[in-house]
Every structure is written in structure tokens, then in C-alpha cells.
Write a protein of this length. Structure first.
Length: 405
């Protein structure tokens, strides 16, 4: 069996490695010319993910053990742990290291190639690939994986509607600058994930400063306004204002990048079309609460790898005469991996980011942050934001659980 994985981000590259480990022939393709292109992800992760998903250690740029939040009125709150709680990765090194790992495992890695079309036939998928230098080739594969991220490039082309129900695809857009600062300034942001929440900073979203090695800082802004409503202010205006307010505007900007994060609340996306099957952001595994999806993308790759190895491998022969992939068990396995907590976090995210505009919402946030400051440790904040442990809110979470909100 030969499988084409379209998209070599965290989900696609990790999947290719997992399949190659089991002796499956894989071709991994990305339209990027280099891992450094469109280096969009802030890539903050909890420590546990490194082990859970075998994240290449060389991609770690810094460790953090502290949370810091600037509230809507500019006051600052901190929660510190005596041990590291997480890492900030260099996203381009993460991609590069996963590509190197894949090559070592025997995966054919084609960088600078875009998957243009996929035609599902009875016995195979016919694929057209275009290179960045203008070459086009036709190749046949038994299965094509759409790991093209939030663009859902292949599933979108081949499904009339990529979402199963009347759910909407919620979209956040982010922009981030990589800034080289001096030693003294770097110390201020060291070992800490810092967030800016409230209308003073940005409506319908949040800003952040994450530390990187060599005195570099990732400074970003993300907005998730209600569907069909435009951003209240542009991200580029908001990020410049944030950088000016933090007195970082005198430093050198090394890179500017940005992107979108898009998910359905309940991950009700179409998972397949013909011989195409989706993974990662392409099927809404990113969570909108913290705008994070690397570990979820890698987890979904693990779910798909075992589905392919366990089930599809056996069914491959039968499948040659049957156009649709039996995805029931894939959906079930995904539901187990991304359980009610994941969905609840997404529902709370929608409520929080959509509702964040005006003085009332600032006041609500102020009270929430004050409450967290009084009642919670740094470890508990991590459990809330990364493990989605909302139990401490007791009955207040019920309306979200039962979809009343
Ligand atoms: C501003 C911003 C900040 C973020 N910060 C964090 C964070 O702090 N922590 C975190 O965990 N997550 C964060 N995320 C989300 C995270 O980056 C994504 O969830 C994750 O990268 C998804 O992985 P993926 O492999 O599914 O998709 P992607 O990483 O998007 O990879 C998809 C790949 O497919 C390629 N591709 C697309 N179309 C084609 C085609 N037709 N043919 C070939 N290749 C194609 C693309 O070039 C791309 O490399 C952030 C996202 C944004 C936008």
C-alpha cells in the first residue's frame, strides 16, 4: 500500500513517521519551499506533550514555569511554579526535524510540491502534483491524507460541504512578530507565558508575549469575532499598539508571520471524501480556547495511524471495489481522543472571545482573573487551560455542557 500525505505540518509529518515505522510506504508532500516559510505558529505547549507525542527536543526554544496575565485595566497577575510547566517551540525547527525523522524512516519527502487534484478511482487515487519550479507530475496512491491544515485544501475541493451538520466553522486570525531584544528586556519576559486580555488590548481576542532563546520574543495578537462580523480593529494596528505599549518598538523585528485557526465546536467536519481522509487542523482538531493545535494535530495523527494500520490495512483489498472508506471507527476513535472536555473548552472559547467587547465584558474578565489569582496555583491554571479541567467552576459549566450557551 502507498499513501500520500498532503501537508507536512505537525499532523502530516508525524503521521508519515508513524506509518513508516510500521513498514507502510509513504510520500509526504508540502507546498512550502522551506521549513522557515510561513513560520506562523507561536508553538507554546505543556511539558507533557513532549513525551506524549515524541516532539523533537531540538525544536525547544525555551521552557516556562510562569503564567502572567495583564487584565483589561492593565494590572498584572502572576502564577509561578517551582518546576517547568511547558515549552515554546521554534515551529520551523519542529517541521524541519519531523521531515528529517521521516526521511530517516524511509518516507519519500517532497518539499516545494503542491497537491493540485485528487481523483478517486475504484482501485487507486490519481493525483496531480505541481512543483514550485513549474513541473507537474501524475502519481497513483491507494489513500490520500488531507493534512493541509485549516485550509482543508483537498477535502474542500472534493466535498460540497466540509461540515456535516449546521455547525459553523469558527475562525480566529493571528499575527505575530519575532523581535530581538536586549538582555535586560529579555529577563523581563523570561520563563513566562504572558497574555493581554480585554478591550484595552484587543476586542474579541488576546495578545501574548512568549520567550524564545537568544533574547528573541514572540509578540502576537489573535481575534475571534462572531461569524459574519469583521475584526473591530485590524490585527496589524493592534500588534503595533501592543509593541509600542510594551516599549518593544525600539528593537529589531526579525520576522512577521500570521495565520488562521479554524475549528467547528464539535468537530463535526466531513472526515473523508472518496479516497481522501483528513487529519489535524483539516478536520478541526485545533482548540479555540488557547488558540492551540500542535499537540491535538499530533494526537489526531496517532489516531489515524492506528486506524490505518489496524483497519484500513485489512480492508484495503475490499476497498478496491468500494469507493467509500468506512470511517465510523475513525470518528469513534477521534471522539475518544477529543472527548467532552475538548468540546466544552471550544464552547467556552466561543462564548468568551465572541463576547469580549465593551465595558461589561471587561468587568467580567477582571473578576474572573481576580478569582483565578486568589484561588489557583500555576499548575492549576495549566490544568484549566491545557487539560480543560473546568470542574472547579461547578454548576456554572452546565449550560455549556448542555449546549445552552
Ligand atoms: C497565529 C497562530 C498562533 C498559534 N499558536 C499556537 C500555539 O501557541 N500552540 C499550539 O499548539 N498551536 C498554535 N497554533 C495552531 C497550530 O499551529 C496548528 O493547530 C497546527 O500547526 C496544525 O497542524 P497541522 O499539521 O494540522 O496543519 P499545519 O501546521 O497548518 O500544516 C499544514 C501544511 O499543509 C501544507 N499545504 C497546504 N495545502 C497544501 C497542498 N495543496 N499541497 C501540499 N501541501 C499543502 C501547508 O504548507 C502546511 O505546511 C497557532 C496558530 C496560529 C495561526
Amino acid at each position: 500500500m502507498t499513501i500520500l500525505v498532503a501537508g507536512a505540518g505537525p499532523s502530516g509529518a508525524h503521521l508519515a513517521c508513524l506509518l513508516a515505522c510500521k513498514g507502510i510506504k509513504v510520500t509526504l508532500v508540502d507546498k512550502l519551499k522551506s521549513s522557515k516559510d510561513n513560520n506562523f505558529s507561536s508553538a507554546a505547549l505543556p511539558l507533557k506533550s513532549l513525551r506524549d507525542h515524541s516532539v523533537p527536543l531540538q525544536s525547544i526554544s525555551s521552557y516556562w514555569n510562569k503564567w502572567q496575565i495583564y487584565d483589561p485595566y492593565g494590572s498584572n497577575y502572576q502564577w509561578t511554579s517551582s518546576v517547568p510547566l511547558g515549552v515554546v517551540l521554534d515551529f520551523s525547527i519542529l517541521r524541519e526535524s519531523l521531515w528529517e525523522r521521516a526521511k530517516k524512516l524511509g518516507v519519500e519527502v517532497l518539499i516545494g510540491w503542491e497537491v493540485m487534484t485528487v481523483i478517486s478511482r475504484n482501485t487507486h487515487a490519481q493525483v496531480v502534483l505541481n512543483s514550485s519550479f513549474g513541473q507537474a507530475i501524475n502519481r497513483n496512491f491507494q489513500l490520500v491524507v488531507d493534512a493541509t491544515g485549516q485550509t482543508r485544501a483537498l477535502l474542500k475541493k472534493h466535498c460540497k460541504n466540509t461540515i456535516n451538520t449546521n455547525q459553523k466553522l469558527l475562525t480566529g486570525t493571528g499575527i505575530e512578530f519575532l523581535i530581538k531584544v536586549d538582555n535586560k528586556t529579555s529577563q523581563k519576559w523570561k520563563n513566562c507565558l504572558t497574555f493581554f486580555i480585554g478591550n484595552k488590548w484587543i476586542p474579541h481576542g488576546y495578545g501574548w508575549v512568549f520567550p524564545m532563546k537568544d533574547n528573541n520574543l514572540k509578540v502576537g495578537i489573535c481575534q475571534l469575532p462572531p461569524t459574519n462580523r469583521k475584526n473591530v480593529i485590524t490585527n496589524s494596528y493592534a500588534i503595533k499598539r501592543l509593541i509600542r505599549n510594551l516599549e518593544l518598538d525600539k528593537f529589531n523585528i526579525l520576522d512577521k508571520h500570521g495565520g488562521a485557526i479554524r475549528s467547528t465546536i464539535d468537530r463535526s467536519d466531513m472526515l473523508t471524501s472518496g479516497r481522501i481522509i483528513g487529519v489535524g487542523d483539516a478536520i478541526s482538531t485545533a482548540n479555540l480556547l488557547g488558540g492551540e493545535g500542535i499537540r491535538h494535530a499530533m494526537k489526531s495523527a496517532e489516531v489515524l495511524a492506528s486506524f490505518i494500520i489496524k483497519k484500513y490495512n485489512f480492508e484495503c483489498k475490499a476497498y478496491t471495489n468500494n469507493k467509500s472508506i468506512d470511517i465510523k471507527s475513525y470518528r469513534k476513535d477521534l471522539s475518544k481522543a477529543f472527548d467532552w472536555r475538548w468540546k466544552l473548552a471550544n464552547r467556552i472559547a466561543k462564548r468568551t472571545w465572541w463576547g469580549l467587547s465593551g465595558a461589561d465584558s471587561d468587568n467580567r474578565l477582571f473578576l474572573l482573573i481576580k478569582h483565578l489569582n486568589k484561588k489557583m496555583s500555576a499548575e492549576e491554571i495549566s490544568a484549566l487551560l491545557f487539560d480543560y479541567r473546568f470542574e472547579r467552576y461547578g454548576l456554572r459549566i452546565l449550560p455549556y455542557l448542555f449546549r445552552w450557551k
